[in-house]
Design a binder for this molecule. Sequence first.
Ligand SMILES: Cc1ncc(C[n+]2csc(CCOP(=O)(O)OP(=O)(O)O)c2C)c(N)n1
Ligand SMILES: [Mg+2]
Length: 639
Amino acid sequence: MRLTVGQATVRFLAAQHTERDGVEHRLIAGCFGIFGHGNVAGIGQGLLEAELDAPGALPYYQARNEQGMVHAAVGFARMRNRLSTLACTSSIGPGATNMVTGAALATINRLPVLLLPGDVFATRVADPVLQQLEAPHSPDVSVNDAFRPVSRYFDRVWRPEQLPAALLGAMRVLTDPAETGAVTVALPQDVQAESFDWPAELFARRVWHVARPVPEPASLARAVDVIRGAERPLVVAGGGVIYSEATEALRAFAEATGIPVAETQAGKGSLPYDHPLALGAVGATGTTPANRFAREADVVIGIGTRYSDFTTASRTAFQEPGVRFVNVNITGFDGAKHAGLPVVADARVALEALIEALRGWQTGAGYRELAATLNADWDAVVEAAYTAGHTPLPAQTEVIGTVNEVSEPRDVVINAAGSMPGELHKLWRTRDPKGYHVEYGYSTMGYEIAAGVGVRMAVLDHEPDRDVFVLVGDGSYLMMAQELVTAVQEGIKIIVVLVQNHGFASIGSLSESLGSQRFGTSYRYRSGASGRLDGDVLPVDLAANAVSLGVRVVRAGSVDELEAALRDAKAAPADGGPVLVHVETDPLAGAPDSDAWWDVPVSETASLDTTRSARAEYERHKKAQRPLIGPERTKENDA
Ligand SMILES: Cc1ncc(C[n+]2csc(CCOP(=O)(O)OP(=O)(O)O)c2C)c(N)n1
Ligand SMILES: [Mg+2]
């Protein structure tokens, strides 16, 4: 079949599917693209032919910023539990490197996304082409080599003959839950337009089975031994629980064994917030009960978690001297963390096996009752934060509470950076496994709105009743709000809650706690008197900005107005495009604390008193940090 590399790529991608538990999905549900000379006549021409000849084969979506389109694709893939994703095509040079941040985000969060950056001429006849790097020491290096460290798979198709292997390799990694992440196939701009006689079977319908690897019996037996010997075991549920659709199995495991469950950011939603064994968020942004159980746990059962420093409170969360880790994970890499006993397996299959093997064994009644009591106590703390009545401006916790109150259990809340991830982790009452979508692997300002577009696209055809609430800070909005225009263009309904606090509440309070006096964290004029950025608040009107992009905007001056605006937005038509509610909050109004720590080093020498006392505090906390490298607990080791 004679086609160009661009046309062949499009045709191949349209024929790819995944299957898990007997249910099939399209692997690549569409393609985002921003065209330039590096892709307009290659992949771009292929997408055009597909749109005209076979509408729906690989729908094309236009984005405003290449980083944004990767975020949208990642949001889509996360909402679809990694069984479906989107492709992203860019031009060469800046269009391509704009996607590097998105690639890192995808890889760190273990979410599949297919990136097709254009690349410099393979023939080099016209070198240097517009936007070519020209590395004097190595002419085969291009800016796209920056994708290598942040991609789980990288190939560059210098010749058409290489395309089948590159594409098949790319699909393998996208659909392998242990390897998945950003997958990059760089396509030199001349090669994209070159034609070749392809074997017809390249375009055959393919179904990639997404496996549920079973635990190796001996590893499972060792894990069961350790759990049976535990007095105060605790589950730490990560994103893997949700991606593997293991939440029902986790609930059954918790109920059968009486082991309480704490959740990471990606794992939040593993159990509904009001389950008696749900302790909520663990770690630096954890709840008091989860952190208490973590502190005293003798066996920690990590399920589908990568144990980020937020989860472990920088290795201060687990204080029991003999604490052991049993890590159920799809990768040996994560399974081995904290000198853990790895159970390398799919989360759901492993939980089912553990339920079977632990039949008849339970934690003590007092332990289970304590979890239920502390859970209820924490919910009272949440209620107080939701209804703080802060004046004159509301506290952000009230905004979160209002969104929680107005949203339906299956609606989705999205956030990624600033002070909201921590507050949401602690305070959001999750009622559905897919209801909480905080990107906290890379915590990328600019993710929220773009991801909202992708999440909404992921539910549109089969669950259009699921509304998507995008919470975004003013700093994050200023970094990247442009995909609002994509939402307007496609009639994609996202409900954006823009929290204006004139700067970085998060880094401001971090700075203050580290003795750096909120330096450079609020948006202020340079003052004539001091020469510093401590003048008046800037006259920025982000509501007007959103109006100018074609968005329906409501300004909420109070919590009551916010609630009314959100109810109104929820009632708006499902295909009516984005609605943005602008609300101003007090950046200094705090959220409930759980006394957890996060390791951010403070200057060892300083002339500022604030820094010196923060350093002393830092050194005190450092003492609680534990290496978590303990070997198996035996009499000899304890001695
Ligand atoms: C792209 C990017 N740059 C910098 C940071 C570091 N950072 C984390 S939160 C934050 C401020 C966020 O401000 P805003 O969105 O207004 O949220 P707020 O802190 O006010 O809640 C910064 C700069 C980041 N996470 N991502
Ligand atoms: Mg802010």
